[in-house]
Design a protein around this ligand. Structure first.
Ligand code: 1PR
Length: 527
């Protein structure tokens, strides 16, 4: 029996699913006494350090946890649950951590990096072992694990460092003292290697092992993401569909590319680094009424152990009886069902328009409120821009870029117009400005689609991707237009994109995820 400390923020469902997949039962801590009684305790932390400690304090868990840890009983802290072991964090000045390990958690410091890298550190990176550990049994050292964090534990520490990871500079990605272990990465989101780590912790008698084939420095991999656009077809069945420039109908019917849970399972097996579900008609209805997406997530997260993103319809909503549902409530339901990130499309445009009009943040928008509770890394902005050509950079009051592909009248400039409602309505806002403002409001990642390229197999719009990427410090996912393996090489070699997403070529089995990764090997780092 594994005891799980869930303090109510974020996705503990994946940890439960992973433990259950390994054949164990999970007991969720419901009182301080459950901590005293635990045989093996897992503490997956999500969100912000300050609110985590406040909740632990309010529930009366701090003293029993310290008691448990000081008695050297088996403990695995994950992400924020790892950071909780330390004395404090720059994320919450003046808030004490559990203080079991010395030192303070720090923010990633771009000034210490040879070149500033995107923060949060998000994606698959390696580990360099500094101690032998039962966690390492059956691993070689060249595996990658899923990280998502803005704060880290310093590498300049004493004997308790378990692993180091490099991101601009080395940091401690794991610590171990006796039977107390913490990892900054998420084993429950790290595919087969992560499940192995959890299995090693769960087993009573795993002998300590060393990693033999580890790298001398580790590198964050460029992520390959499979995207599933989901909607009901005319018969009312929930299907994965795929559009051409967002038109998902062929001879009048919604294209049916397969079943969402099945396809997600296939992409996990084929090596997808993440899976994104977009409920493409979510803007129409009240998303909490749209229960099939919750059930898609619940089912998928039981057997898919990589990060899951869900988008579509995440916004404030007032129903027919006048009851207001906050976007935060909608997001909470998705996180509970197994999502790691939510993606906001149309509402992000409205939020940025309101921000630019008033010149100030309200603190109440969906972006701000979800980021506050679940962390910036959990908020993705899905952008649906369309290219508009202009003859001169001053022709419109938007961010205009020079283009190597002139327009129909020889125009050598363009801007990228944001759209809402799945591309049905253009807005007087450009994608670069949208991305910048969303970052300021607390978004953690940009999913950058391109209506002109969607479904065309003609390659990513490199000009768009580089324009947005150079305007923000958060990760950018390049999307729309992938038609062959070399398009992925092009997007990573000619832009600083952090990830590339594709749909059609994977659904139609034209190119497999494994083939993309084989093609990229030796050119860019992949998992
Ligand atoms: O506005 O918050 O409700 O979110 C709706 C979401 O649904 C947005 O993220 C929006 O991008 C998406 N969406 C809406 N309509 C469509 C459509 O296709 N008719 N899909 C749509 C967007 C674009 C990508 C696609 C890539 C790669 N799909 O997700 O997967 O372009 O495709 P490719 O590799 O085949 O070229 P809200």
């Amino acid at each position: 029996m594994i005891t799980l400390l869930d303090y109510g923020a974020g996705n503990v469902r994946s940890v439960i699913n992973a433990i259950e997949k390994l054949g164990q039962t999970v007991k969720i801590v419901a009182s301080a006494a459950d901590i005293d009684r635990a045989e093996r305790l897992i503490f997956p932390g999500v969100g912000a350090f300050g609110s985590m400690m406040a909740i632990l304090e309010a529930k009366g868990y701090v003293a029993p946890l310290q008691r448990y840890l000081k008695a050297d009983r088996p403990f695995l802290g994950i992400c924020l649950g790892f950071q909780a072991l330390f004395e404090g964090s720059d994320e919450a000045q003046g808030v004490a951590g559990l203080g079991i390990l010395p030192g303070k958690v720090e923010r990633f410091n771009a000034d210490r990096m040879p070149q500033p890298l995107a923060v949060p550190h998000m994606g698959w990176n390696g580990i360099r072992a500094r101690q032998a550990s039962p966690l390492f049994a059956g691993l070689t050292g060249d595996e990658k694990f899923y990280f998502v964090h803005t704060y880290h534990v310093s590498a300049d520490r004493d004997a308790d460092v378990l692993t180091l990871t490099d991101y601009g500079y080395p940091f401690a990605s794991g610590a171990q003292r006796g039977r107390i272990i913490g990892t900054q990465f998420h084993p429950e989101k790290s595919g087969a290697a992560g499940l192995r780590i959890l299995a090693n912790f769960i087993a009573d008698d795993t002998p300590a092992a060393t990693l033999t084939d580890g790298p001398s420095t580790t590198q964050l991999a460029k992520r390959i993401i499979a995207c599933l656009d989901v909607r009901a077809n005319d018969a009312g069945d929930l299907v994965v569909t795929k559009g051409d420039q967002y038109d998902v109908r062929e001879s009048g019917s919604v294209r049916n590319m397969g079943k969402p849970v099945e396809l997600a399972g296939r992409y996990y097996t084929e090596g997808a680094d993440e899976i994104t579900f977009l409920n493409i008609t979510g803007f129409r209805d009240f998303p909490l009424k749209d229960m099939p997406m919750l059930s898609v997530l619940e089912h998928t997260s039981r057997s898919v152990f990589v990060p899951l993103t869900i988008g579509g319809g995440i916004r404030d909503y007032i129903d027919a009886s006048g009851r207001r549902y906050a976007a935060l409530e909608v997001a909470a339901a998705y996180f509970r069902a197994g999502a790691d990130k939510i993606s906001i499309g149309s509402d992000a445009v409205a939020i940025v328009e309101a921000y630019l009009k008033s010149g100030a943040a309200t603190g109440e928008s969906a972006i701000e409120s979800i980021a506050r509770v679940y962390g910036n890394q959990a908020v993705v902005i899905s952008v649906d821009p369309r290219r508009v050509y202009v003859a001169h950079p001053e022709a419109v009051p938007h961010v205009v870029i020079p283009t190597a592909t002139p327009g129909p009248n020889g125009e050598s400039y363009c801007w990228y117009q944001c759209t809402v409602k799945g591309g049905r309505e253009g807005r007087p806002l450009d994608a670069v400005t949208l991305a910048r403002v969303c970052e300021k409001l607390g978004a953690g990642e940009i999913l950058l689609n391109c209506i002109d390229r969607d479904g065309t197999n003609s390659g990513f719009d490199l000009e768009l991707i580089q324009a947005v990427k150079s305007a923000v410090g958060i990760p950018v996912i390049a999307s729309s237009g992938a038609g062959c393996e070399d398009h992925f090489a092009a997007v990573f070699e000619h832009t600083a994109a952090d990830a590339a997403l594709a749909a059609g070529i994977f659904h139609r089995r034209e190119v497999s995820i494994a083939a993309v990764k084989r093609h990229l090997t030796g050119r860019v780092t992949v998992r």
